[in-house]
Design a protein around this ligand. Structure first.
Ligand SMILES: C[S@@+](CC[C@H](N)C(=O)[O-])C[C@H]1O[C@@H](n2cnc3c(N)ncnc32)[C@H](O)[C@@H]1O
Length: 231
């Protein structure tokens, strides 16, 4: 039988103890009975939890790799760049609850259709069909956010993050960036690429607070946590 355990340090995050060797992150389902990507649902004490698949979500993989820089709570506002069909964004929607909000930017019309469906039943998720390289095109987001999350698999990933932070991230806010070396340059050494992207961030007012490899869940990725405007 799967046991549910609350994470004592990370608000609204849970762990499913599958067996003695295997633990997986989970969130309490904001929309009971509803699955977003076919994930397992677990009932415990009148509550429902969604298994958070680390092979489908880099944030879940980061938790399993020991992420400490945790910036989510009930009421947190998030701008999510590269939301795809809403897998990770929907778990963040569980973490921040109805008092929070997840603005989801995605530029591919095909996955946008699925994302709109997810947003239509989760009242704290708002979809934007837009290109994250042009943050001026969604300037109508009505607030500065606490958290900027980016997973876009593009060249110039750090630059995209910086341009979005300038417009939308609160001073002292947290950014999470999944960097995919191969999307930037297939010929260069991944470590060089990661260093270059980090330099772009630090030269633009970010302090890197954590750096994780996501192996074995996702190859060739580094997951950065950074604080904006902190000295
Ligand atoms: C690796 S997938 C994201 C998976 C998602 N973060 C998750 O965990 O559920 C990358 C997504 O970023 C989108 N994307 C890539 N470049 C983008 C851009 N410039 N603006 C908006 N979305 C972009 C792609 O269409 C794709 O859906």
């Amino acid at each position: 039988m799967v046991k549910v355990r609350e994470d004592k340090k990370k608000a609204n995050l849970y762990w499913l103890e599958i067996d003695e060797m295997t633990q997986r992150p989970a969130t309490r389902n904001l929309v009971k009975g509803n699955k977003v990507y076919g994930e397992m649902l677990v009932q415990d004490k009148n509550q429902e939890f969604r298994f958070w698949d680390p092979y489908r979500s880099k944030l879940a993989a980061a938790f399993l790799r020991g992420l400490e820089a945790y910036a989510f709570n009930s009421g947190t506002s998030v701008l999510y760049l590269g939301a795809s069909s809403g897998t990770t964004a929907s778990h963040i929607s569980d973490l921040v609850g109805l008092g929070g909000v997840v603005y989801c930017v995605e530029f591919a019309p095909r996955v946008m259709r699925d994302l709109i469906q997810v947003c239509s039943i989760r009242n704290n998720m708002i979809p934007f069909l837009a290109d994250a390289r042009h943050p001026e095109s969604y300037n109508h987001i009505p607030q500065l956010v606490d958290v900027l999350y980016q997973d876009v698999a593009q060249p110039n990933q750090a630059k995209i993050l910086v341009e979005n932070a300038k417009r939308f991230l609160k001073p002292g806010g947290t950014a999470y960036l999944a960097i995919k070396a191969r999307s930037i340059d297939v010929t260069a050494k991944p470590t060089r690429i990661f260093q270059r992207e980090e330099k772009t961030l630090t030269q633009s007012g970010f302090t890197i607070v954590e750096r994780l490899s996501l192996n074995p869940f996702t190859a060739d990725h580094v997951f950065l946590s950074a604080v904006y405007g902190a000295s």
